[in-house]
Every structure is written in structure tokens, then in C-alpha cells.
Design a protein around this ligand. Structure first.
Ligand code: NAP
Ligand code: GLV
Length: 309
């Protein structure tokens, strides 16, 4: 009997621990790092593979993406009969919740201002701000967005949630689809983006959308750089309409040295690190999905190739 073959093709990833983990969990499978001309595999574990990988690996039945977002993958020509499966949470939801909560709290409690004042040797107090003046809007209520929205609600922020289809989450005021997008923005002062990048959501954070936030708006982009029109954000920050932004993702990564974000006083950045792929949890999830597929059971995280997420 021919073994079940898995080809591993992940850019910017140390392949050895992944191979060891996959081989330990799937002793019957043959797991190897892809090289041009390699034997045809049944399944692939990928992160930003080159087009050549899919041009050669035409017999793949399943492609496992070791991230939540599949936008880069779906730009490629994929083998005709392969399903694409993404990570669902796999330890990312709690990371995203802690990252976004710290960002909202840091802004709301003026912690950067206090830090700066302390650095200057100033011991002073600001008038406490009202939580009710800082409604947070979460765009995308999927695996990550739902967790983030509920974590924010736990801190008693008013939370609005926007999604394509209706969602009922305790403590989260729901807004649905394009028809309620403007109401959602007008009801929010802090905006958190956790949408997938699709043809419907590219450039969604543009001048029109961002200028609909309540005065003193604050933008937290943790989804994809191409959701945000950089020049529009900069214009609204410079005019004083927006108070600031925390950006974890960028159109080009690493961010080019000449980009205005680097030295903008109202922009705080992190290098695409808000929710990292955790190897062991991810391997366990992929192995579980393979096992479910092999017995014809339902598999979570199946990507809708038409919908783009
Ligand atoms: P998900 O479970 O697929 O959730 C996506 C959410 O977006 C769903 O609620 C979906 O609505 C909503 N949505 C999609 N298209 C929409 C549209 N046109 N209008 C309104 N709502 C729309 O994805 P996830 O696992 O939460 O991940 C979200 C994204 O986070 C990923 O795609 C990735 O880009 C990003 N991410 C970033 C990092 C990082 O480190 N910065 C890490 C992981 C992921 P429905 O529920 O109605 O379908
Ligand atoms: C990271 O950005 C991911 O999509 O998992």
C-alpha cells in the first residue's frame, strides 16, 4: 500500500521541528520538505508557498494552511481537487484577545501619556475617562473577532460587532452586512479590524469609513495591511480627526524604512506578532483534521474558495 504523503512547504519557518512533530503524530505517513521535482503528495502543510509548488503538486487532496488567513494562498493557482483548510484558533484567539485588550486599555487609560510624563519626571493625574465614551467596534466576528469582542465586553467596554451574517454574542451589539456598516462605524470610537482579506474587504479602512468613527477615533489593525488605505489613515491622524492607531500588519512586511508610519507620533506598531502560530497546537489540530477527513467526518476550518475565507 502506498503511504499517505505529506509535503511541507512553509516560507520563513524552521521546518525541522514541524517535520518531527508531524512524523511523531502521524507515524504511518511520509512527511517531507518539498523540493522541486519531489514525489507527488496527498496533502500539503503550507505557509506562503511558491506557485511552483502547486504547479508541480497536482494531486493534492488537502492543503493545510498554518495560519488563520488564507489571502496569500488564494492568490495562487491551486490544484483542481484540493480543499483548503485553515487553522481555527489553535492558540491564536487568546493571544489576539490579550493583544487587543491591552491596546484598548492602553489607549483608554492614557498609559502612553503617563509613561511619557513619568519619563520627564512629572507626577500628575488625569481626570478618569468614561468607559461609555469609548465604544469599541470589532470588524469580523469569526474565531478571533468573537473572542476579542467578548474579552472587551468583560472589561465593560460598550462593544459593537460587525459581520457578514448575524451573530449573537453576549455583551456585543450586532451589526450585519453592508447595510449596517455606516451605523456600526458611527456607533464606535475605537475600531478593531479582524476581517479576512477578500475582494469585498480590501481597502475597507479608507477615508470614508475612518471618518465615520466618533470624534477622537482610534484604529487597531490586526488583520491585514491591505485592509487599510495608509494615506487616508495618515491624513485623518494629521488633521486631528483620529487620535491614534496601533498597527500590527502592513501592505509590505517588513514595513519599508521610508514609510511614514515609522516615525509618526500617533502610530504605534508591532511586526505582525499579535497572534502567532503555535507549532504544537497547530500540529495537533492539523492531525485531528486529517483523521476526520480520513473517516469522512466533518472538518472545521474548510475555506470557501469562492468567498475567499
Ligand atoms: P474567520 O473565523 O473566518 O472570521 C472572519 C469574520 O469576518 C467572520 O465573522 C465573517 O462573517 C466576517 N466577514 C468576512 N467577510 C465579511 C464582509 N464582507 N463583511 C462583514 N464581515 C465579514 O477568521 P479568523 O480566524 O477570526 O481570522 C480573521 C483574520 O485575522 C484572518 O483572516 C487573518 O487575516 C487575521 N489574522 C491576523 C493575525 C496576526 O497576527 N495579525 C493572526 C491570525 C489571523 P461571517 O461570520 O458572517 O462569515
Ligand atoms: C497570521 O497572520 C495568520 O493569518 O495566521
Amino acid at each position: 500500500m502506498t503511504p499517505f504523503r505529506i509535503s511541507f512547504c512553509c516560507t520563513n519557518t524552521d521546518s525541522e521541528p514541524w517535520l518531527a512533530g508531524l512524523r511523531a503524530a502521524l507515524p504511518q505517513a511520509q512527511v517531507s520538505v518539498w523540493q522541486p521535482g519531489a514525489v507527488l503528495a496527498d496533502a500539503a502543510v503550507v505557509w506562503m508557498p511558491p506557485q511552483q509548488f502547486f504547479d508541480e503538486q497536482r494531486q493534492l487532496k488537502a492543503i493545510f494552511n498554518i495560519g488563520a488567513g488564507v489571502d496569500a494562498l488564494l492568490k495562487l493557482r491551486l490544484p483542481p481537487h484540493a480543499v483548503v483548510v485553515r487553522l481555527e484558533d489553535a492558540g491564536m484567539a487568546v493571544q489576539m484577545a490579550e493583544y487587543v485588550c491591552q491596546a484598548v486599555i492602553r489607549h483608554f487609560r492614557e498609559l502612553d501619556t503617563y509613561a511619557e510624563e513619568i519619563r520627564r519626571g512629572t507626577w500628575t493625574f488625569h481626570k478618569p475617562r468614561q468607559r461609555s465614551d469609548f465604544p469599541v467596534g470589532v470588524m469580523g466576528l469569526g474565531v478571533l473577532g468573537a473572542r476579542v469582542a467578548q474579552a472587551l465586553a468583560h472589561f465593560e467596554f460598550p462593544v459593537n460587532g460587525w459581520s457578514r451574517t448575524a451573530k449573537a454574542l453576549e455583551g456585543v451589539r450586532p451589526f450585519v452586512g453592508a447595510a449596517q456598516f455606516h451605523d456600526f462605524l458611527a456607533s464606535s470610537r475605537v475600531l478593531v479590524n479582524l476581517l479576512p482579506l477578500t475582494p469585498q474587504t480590501v481597502n475597507i479602512l479608507d477615508h470614508d469609513a475612518l471618518s465615520r468613527l466618533q470624534p477622537g477615533g482610534y484604529v487597531i489593525n490586526v488583520a491585514r495591511g491591505a485592509h487599510l488605505v495608509d494615506e487616508d489613515l495618515l491624513a485623518l491622524l494629521d488633521s486631528g480627526q483620529l487620535a491614534g492607531a496601533l498597527l500590527d500588519v502592513f501592505r509590505q512586511e517588513p514595513l519599508p524604512p521610508e514609510h511614514a508610519f515609522w516615525h509618526h507620533p500617533k502610530v504605534v506598531m508591532t511586526p505582525h506578532t499579535s497572534a502567532r502560530t503555535l507549532r504544537e497546537t497547530s500540529i495537533a489540530q492539523i492531525v485531528g483534521k486529517i483523521a476526520a477527513m480520513q473517516v469522512g467526518a466533518q472538518v472545521g476550518g474548510m475555506v470557501d474558495l469562492q468567498g475567499g475565507y
